[in-house]
Design a protein. Sequence first.
Length: 279
Amino acid sequence: MTPTTTPHRRRSIWDPVHIGIDETGAPVYLNVGERNVLIGGESGGGKSVGLQLLVAHAAMAHDCSLVLFDGKLVELGLWRECAERFVAHRSIDDAIEVNRWLQNMVNDRAEWLLDRKRRKITPDMGLQFYLSAIDEYAYFSTVIKGTKAQRTDFEDTCRDIAARGRFVGIIPILATQRPSHQVIDPSLRDLFGYRWAFRCSTSASSDCILGQGWATAGWDASDEALINPLARGVSLLRAEDGKPRRIKTAYLSDDQIVTLAAQAARIRTPARAPEGAAV
């Protein structure tokens, strides 16, 4: 899809996000306002690069606020100054508290929609959208210091937000190396409509990201004929039509991210909602 642009129009979360080019050199866009996004791949494969592109778009969108979780601190930490909420690697209690804050927002906005006899939030309603991005999900679900009950609470709240968030304007994006059942319960993993696989070490890992059976069908992110280990940024994307495609991912340098984050922090203003609505 090729978006139409209007000069000087403010960027919106509903604008297609340019994420790279396909094998013909044509630009590839992703509509993050439409689906939850799951990103996976082995360390160094480029998954954090893909996540940065989506976060950068949301940061520059006038109608979207950022809620960021970063198990490594340094990947999404560059956006901290323009994020409404930022969770680092120190406390699982912080992660759970922010997820519960998002859950309360889901409930409040659902009541607001019901009062107006509407089933979902649309761009014309004037409500702020929220991009909830988690980098290194496995850190929060399996590694971070805490009890089993706390990690279960974190996963349960993530599942609820992924299941109910999109219709009220909350867009979950999750990145991790291998979203196996030990890291992400399949009931949560299956709630992500967009799947983005960077280089993987095994066919099973590829299927964990793209969905069961795609490796057998020829879409295997561990196959060096599809993703050469030396070809940084090459990935497999399963998006609108439900079929994978090979793309070359765009790239933002650290300096570019710092510049964009500073600009986003300057232009960002507190979210305003219509009367009676929770932001």
